[in-house]
Design a protein around this ligand. Structure first.
Ligand code: SAH
Length: 365
């Protein structure tokens, strides 16, 4: 037992390696480069999670791989299906930590919302994930695997999705505190010989990790950016999103301006504003928000997200008429605003509801 445990600890985890890294892995044990490419395609294009199923590879090679490497590291603990067809996956890492992924079908495309951390260290008062605290950041492989699991479940193993897939890094955790993992995962996910979901189809949301926003502004081949504002003043943002004490609004918005200046054609950048009834949703808040964005000369659209309730959070969503009034004030000041429709609320799959909730009604494999 001890012996086999020791061996598995030294096995190479193949998800999270780029195609080039898989080629050198293959070469290290005497295989030609094309075997590395085949393994990459088996994992990412055919989305196979067991060596035994990789029938493109000679049997002997599969057996050799069994002793040297692992093709998957997450296990599916349960799946939940919403009345609106959204699916939530509660996954578990090899070291027993929860990871959640949400699959959101839409008419002409699907969106997969992935997590970048197990739990989250930021203590946004309106978000249920905060209550888990940070367990750890996910590895590149654990980010890639979430996409593979969701696509296989929705369409069948290796089946081509019938339409485009968008990704959003809006699940549990703060993506910009798992920056290296995230960027490496996105690079692997974009590979045309694999999942082939390019950065232009990916949006990553941050609570405002300023140095990373500035870094993103200098990068080529980057995902779209969304920044969660949540409040129009430092006084209120300090309370709702304590990360604001480290990087207050003036610093955050000047980094956003820097990012905006770096936008190329076709790139998007949005703000998100969670709407909490009687907390941050008055006409005055809308005017303050418009003034703030205009002062920083940010002509960026704002997505308004009515709060998704989750016991024991002490908040409620703003009413429809309140959201509309808030939206009109922003628009009158020249700021495009859109109201986000919540998805998967009934299965704890909506924004801010991911907290490894186990429920009585999972669907079975
Ligand atoms: N940590 C990142 C990404 C995860 S949260 C970030 O903060 O941006 C994704 C979005 O959901 C954020 O805009 C966040 O403000 C919003 N959100 C969090 N809790 C929510 C809730 N209970 N209801 C609605 N939106 C929420």
């Amino acid at each position: 037992m001890l012996e086999s445990k020791k061996m598995s600890a030294t096995k190479t985890q193949l998800l999270g390696l780029t195609q080039a890294e898989l080629i050198s892995f293959a070469e290290q044990f005497g295989q030609p480069a094309f075997r590395g490419r085949q393994i990459f395609a088996s994992l990412h294009h055919n989305r196979l999670r067991e060596f035994a199923a990789m029938s493109d590879l000679p049997k002997q090679l599969r057996e050799q791989l069994e002793t040297l490497a692992t093709p998957a590291s997450l296990t599916v603990e349960s799946r939940y299906l919403s009345a609106d067809s959204t699916r939530r996956y509660l996954l578990k890492t090899h070291d027993g930590l929860p990871v959640e992924t949400v699959f959101i079908p839409e008419e002409r495309r699907d969106t997969i919302c992935f997590s970048s951390q197990s739990g989250c260290p930021l203590q946004c008062s309106f978000c249920l994930t905060a209550q888990l605290g940070l367990l750890r950041s996910l590895t590149p492989g654990e980010i890639v695997e979430q996409i593979i699991i969701a696509l296989n479940d929705a369409y069948g193993v290796g089946q081509k999705p019938p339409h485009g897939t968008n990704l959003v890094g809006m699940g549990a955790g703060e993506p910009f505190l798992a920056f290296e993992s995230l960027m490496k995962a996105l690079n692997i996910i974009a590979d045309p010989k694999g999942l082939h979901i390019v950065p232009n189809r990916v949006t990553v949301s941050t609570a405002g990790i300023v140095p990373r926003i500035k870094e993103l502004a200098t990068m080529a081949d980057r995902p779209h950016l969304a920044v969660s504002l949540g409040a129009p003043t430092n006084e209120q943002r300090d309370v709702l999103m304590p990360i604001n004490r480290k990087w207050p609004l003036a610093e955050l918005l000047s980094a956003c301006k820097e990012f905006e200046r770096s936008l190329k054609r076709g790139e998007r950048f949005t703000f998100e504003y969670v709407m909490l009834r009687d907390v941050n949703d008055s006409d005055e808040h809308a005017r303050q928000l418009a003034k703030l964005l205009n002062r920083h000369e940010l002509r960026v659209k704002v997505n308004l997200i009515p709060h998704n309730e989750a016991e024991p959070l002490p908040y409620h969503p703003s009413s429809r008429t309140r959201v509309e009034a808030f939206k009109s004030i922003l628009e009158a000041k020249g700021i495009p605003a859109f109201v986000r429709r919540p998805r998967g609320q009934d299965i704890f799959a909506a924004c801010g509801q991911l907290a490894a909730r186990r429920e009585a009604n999972p669907i079975h494999a």
